[in-house]
Design a protein around this ligand. Structure first.
Ligand code: UDP
Length: 416
């Protein structure tokens, strides 16, 4: 059943609920549409699945359109994604044609007559070219734009320049070479989703059993794709150091896309490095995609690690903080937006295995400090990174265009 805003009262408090209703005044009954390229898998779809029903619930009529494309198109846009984060790319004319053709085909059978249009990420970016623009179009980019491949960026800019505002997740992703208003919307999690909802003990026990996870020792966990930027090999090194001082178990949980050979290569490297520990049942490697499992692991771990070398925002950190668990994470990307060192978690330099291990040990030795830190982390998320805040951000933005157009240049305030 779709959730309603009232379901969040106990979590965020009546003041926030009432504030959101007030933010929606003036745009009730307006038609808004989000356009992206997938219904599930990945953070964007996850956020839209929670956000869109809430927008409708409060009276802003919001639809969701999903761009259709063939595998060739999606493998090309995946390479766009990587290149926007700095990797090399060759953008041939054939690729450009496929990119535009897919968007044009979609436009030929998709009516877009809404009052406000939000396009997510590069896949549907050129769509605007194939419509008569008669309303605000917003480009919401979820990707790290701090160091894009210059050729690709020049190509994509042709389309972005037509948009009225660009939304990014971090101030470092604001592009000075893009003369379009920017807004900053940090990502958010849904506290009522399967991945984040409260769980009773029975569900926790059953899930641990189903995945053969024993609870006889404190558990240290990193939840992340098997990806070199998430540094799973570094986590193994950290674990080995911690294990010399305190008996504990390490869980690395990273779901695996069937078409990601790199993921399996890294997985096998991890297996080699931790062969002895895996055989002893002290290191568990899990590759199932399961939101309940993630929830249970985050709730039952003594420490959550996020030892990334590069990180856009780090939703796993948000999720772990929300579970009230202590987190040791790299001082990188969006993580310092979420963790204030020594207050609601520990920040360490990404390459510093010793420091990471020391902090894990400190947490394991001092459960009281760990509890206090976890509680502070949960409050950080409650205040800044829940879906209700994101809903408010969108309402402010839509209102700034549809109710106070003179303020639509990035200003947050609207006095009408
Ligand atoms: N995730 C998951 N199962 C896994 C590993 C990761 O559901 O086995 C989820 C995780 O809970 C988070 C997202 O994938 O919601 C990863 O987001 P993050 O921003 O941490 O990293 P990204 O993978 O986008 O670089």
């Amino acid at each position: 059943m779709p959730r309603s805003l009232e379901d969040y009262r106990d979590i965020v408090g009546d003041e926030i609920i009432s504030q959101i209703h007030r933010k929606a005044m003036g745009i009730l009954g307006k038609h808004v549409v989000h356009i992206n390229s997938t219904y599930q898998g990945g953070g964007v779809a996850e956020m839209l699945q929670s956000l869109i029903p809430l927008m409708n619930d409060i009276g802003v009529d919001t639809g969701w359109r999903i761009l259709h494309g063939n595998p060739e198109f999606f493998s090309m846009t995946k390479s766009f994604h990587n290149a926007l984060q700095g990797q090399d790319i060759e953008i041939s004319d054939i690729k450009k044609r496929l990119y535009l053709q897919t968007n044009e085909n979609f436009s030929s059978y998709t009516h877009i007559e809404h009052d406000f249009i939000i396009v997510h990420d590069p896949q549907p970016l050129p769509l605007l070219k194939f419509y008569k623009k008669q309303q605000p179009w917003i480009w919401r980019c979820h990707i790290d734009l701090s160091n894009p491949n210059p050729d690709l960026w020049e190509f994509l800019k042709t389309f972005i320049l037509k948009y009225d505002t660009v939304i990014v997740s971090h101030e470092n992703y604001v592009r000075n070479d893009l003369p379009v208003a920017h807004r900053l919307f940090p990502p958010a999690i849904d506290p009522l989703s399967r991945k984040n909802m409260e769980l009773n003990e029975l569900v926790v026990k059953k899930t641990l059993k189903a995945f053969q996870i024993p609870s006889d020792k404190p558990m240290i966990t990193q939840i992340s794709r098997f990806d070199k930027w998430k540094d799973p090999l570094g986590v193994i090194q950290v674990y080995k150091q911690v294990k010399e001082k305190i008996d504990c178990r390490l869980v690395l949980c990273g779901s695996m896309a069937p078409d990601d050979p790199e993921g399996w290569d890294i997985f096998h490297e991890v297996q080699n490095q931790a062969e002895k520990e895996i055989q002893a049942g002290d290191v568990l490697l899990l590759t199932t995609e399961n939101n309940l499992l993630v929830n249970v692991l985050q709730r039952t771990s003594a420490v959550l690690i996020q030892k990334s070398i590069r990180e856009g925002f780090g939703l796993t950190v948000t999720e772990a903080l929300w579970k009230g668990r202590p987190v040791v994470a790299s001082r990188i990307g969006g993580i310092p937006l979420q963790i204030e060192n020594e207050k609601n978690g520990f920040l360490v330099d990404p390459e510093d295995v010793d420091a990471c291990a020391d902090h894990v040990i400190r947490i394991l030795k001092d459960p009281q400090m760990a509890e206090a830190m976890g509680a502070a982390g949960k409050e950080t998320v409650r205040k800044h990174f829940l879906i209700t805040r994101l809903l408010g951000d969108y309402l402010d933005l839509i209102k700034s265009f549809l109710v106070c157009p003179n303020l639509s240049n990035g200003s947050e305030k609207c006095f009408s």
